[in-house]
Design a binder for this molecule. Structure first.
Ligand code: ZN
Ligand code: ZN
Ligand code: ZN
Ligand code: ZN
Ligand code: ZN
Ligand code: ZN
Length: 541
């Protein structure tokens, strides 16, 4: 699975002739049933748009092949078997170059550190290593010396002297197979550990793959889990690989373009694993889903702000109340508790919500409270109010697009039913009623873009560039709102043709506006056109 296959520019990502060659080279008859090839069609959508990043989706088997290639490489260079090569690579976090350096320098030190062989100190007395306790000693309060061969074997963990099946790693610490199996299973299942050391205490020897599989015996499920842990470790060690974050998905995405931190100041690496087109995630940060057109660092700041300012929501709650006469919302914008409803002119006390007239003599205490709070406090408050209002401007629109996207998807569930009925009652075909689905998908996608444009605008420095950004944002927003409105029109068989035409045209237009928005922002990153009103990671200089 190399990343340099070429794809045609066609929208639907059909592959071109070069892929045919690749396929026929492999196995001509495999063609379209081959899941791997279909995978690749799904993820690299043609020779990309400027806001798209190049990447590949790899199945677990494909990642295992990459691991195997590294293992074979190291095997060949060092003249060791695959088990040893794998332990060495895992010890060096799959950094081949560093491993080669270190190993050439001092092979035995590296082997010991990697848990391949016990320390070669001459003091090691062989079979009668005394006073060994075991890692699994919680199972047995004290451990016995391993008994020398002629006498019957007593497992130092279970003390069973009837066990005839034993296993030992390179260190020679023998335990019965049942104890090994229980121990290895626990490490894998409960601790999610791929590096499994010998059970003897203070023994640093690590179980190679073949040993782990032998200890597991017929337990295929745990063996599969072990293989997944190895893959996950390999992926975690590789800067250009990321495991799909969706639950129980075992696919990996490879993206060289986003492998460095510096790259993330000019690209937003949204990727999608080949297992499911809904498995969209950001290669550059832990945000699930698509946060284009906002850079990872900026998106992260915004989400942090939203979290911090959930207090703001509380602030609003504690600083607005409903007039007890006309129910309109009243904001408390000063320190004084003497409130007058703007709408009905009702006067009341903020603290007790009672009519102000009854407070009579309490006027003075209210006045004093105001004085105590002081001018300074009020200035600070009006400053924080101004910045709060600014934040709320962006936040409300951000939240609204998120909410609206959900609503249109909910609405579509109803629409879909109606469409299904129409296929039965009219002579419309399945294909002919797909335009609604396409439109809803587009609306959802564009609202996601819009949502994030508000996060971006919040941090953009005032000026020409920002104004143009906001022009694009406005055009996209209008188009999306128009299309949303069309989607809410009643669907009748008689008006279906016109509706379909209108919706289809609008969908195409919305799609175009979204492209413009994303393309222009991406171009802006490359040109260094965007400047921020706060320090942004990676833009320090
Ligand atoms: Zn045992
Ligand atoms: Zn050992
Ligand atoms: Zn996935
Ligand atoms: Zn990101
Ligand atoms: Zn009122
Ligand atoms: Zn009161």
């Amino acid at each position: 699975m190399s990343s340099d296959y070429e794809y045609s520019d066609e929208e639907n990502g059909y592959y071109d002739d070069e892929d045919e060659e690749m396929m026929s080279a492999d196995n001509a008859s495999a063609s379209s049933e081959d899941g791997m090839i279909l995978d690749t069609i799904n993820d690299s959508k043609g020779k990309k748009k400027s806001y798209e990043v190049e990447y590949d989706s790899l199945s677990q088997t494909a990642v295992e092949d990459l691991m195997k290639a590294d293992v074979e490489h190291i095997s060949a260079i060092f003249g060791v078997d695959a088990d040893v090569a794998s332990l060495l690579l895992r010890y060096m976090d799959w950094n081949k170059d560093r491993l080669i350096d270190k190993y050439m320098d001092n092979a035995s030190a590296v082997s010991t550190a990697a848990g391949i062989s016990p320390p070669t100190k001459a003091s090691s007395p062989g079979p009668e290593r005394s006073k060994r306790t075991t890692r699994a000693s919680r199972l047995s309060p004290s451990a016995k010396k391993p008994t020398p061969p002629p006498e019957p074997f007593v497992c130092p963990i279970c003390f069973d002297d009837t066990q005839t099946q034993t296993l030992a790693l390179a260190c020679g610490h023998a335990f019965c197979t049942a104890c090994w199996s229980a121990y290895v299973t626990g490490k894998i299942r409960e601790e999610g550990e791929q590096r499994i050391a010998c059970m003897a205490e203070d023994c640093g020897v690590v179980a190679p793959d073949s040993f782990v599989l032998r200890a597991l015996g017929p337990d295929k499920a745990t063996a599969t889990r072990y293989e997944e842990l190895l893959v996950r470790h390999f992926v975690a060690c590789s800067k250009n690989l990321k495991f799909c974050p969706y639950p129980s998905c075992t696919h990996t995405v490879s993206c060289h373009a986003a492998a460095s931190r510096a790259a993330l100041t000019s690209i937003v690496p949204t990727v999608c694993c080949g297992a499911d087109p809904r498995h969209k995630f950001c290669f550059g940060c832990p945000i699930e889903g698509d946060h284009r057109p906002v850079l990872c660092a900026v998106a992260k700041m915004w989400l942090q702000k939203c979290r911090d300012d959930s207090e703001t929501a509380n602030w609003i709650k504690s600083n607005t109340k409903e007039c007890s006469k006309c129910q309109s919302t009243i904001e408390k914008n000063g320190g004084c508790n003497h409130m007058t409803c703007k709408k009905c002119k009702y006067e009341f006390c903020w603290v007790c919500m009672g009519p102000w007239a009854e407070h009579g003599t309490a006027w003075y205490s209210c006045n004093r409270y105001d004085e105590k709070a002081g001018i300074e406090a009020r200035d600070a408050q009006s400053r924080s109010r101004a910045s709060l209002e600014r934040y709320l401007h962006y936040y409300n629109r951000w939240a609204n697009h998120e909410q609206s996207a959900k609503l249109s998807v909910e609405l579509y569930v109803k629409t879909e039913k109606k469409m299904e009925e129409m296929q039965v009652t009219t002579d419309l075909t399945w294909i002919e009623v797909q335009f609604m689905k396409k439109a809803v998908d587009e609306v959802e996608k564009c609202r996601t873009t819009l949502k994030w444009t508000y996060a971006m605008a919040y941090y953009l420095e005032k000026g020409n560039a920002k104004e143009l950004f906001e022009d694009n944002q406005r055009d996209l927003e209008r188009a999306v709102e128009d299309l949303s409105e069309l989607l809410e029109l009643p669907i009748e068989a008689e008006t279906m043709t016109q509706l379909r035409q209108k919706v289809t045209d609008k969908t195409v237009y919305v799609q175009k506006r979204n492209e413009i928005m994303l393309e222009d922002t991406a171009a802006g990153y490359l040109e260094g056109r965007w400047s921020w009103n706060v320090p942004v990671e990676g833009f320090e200089d």
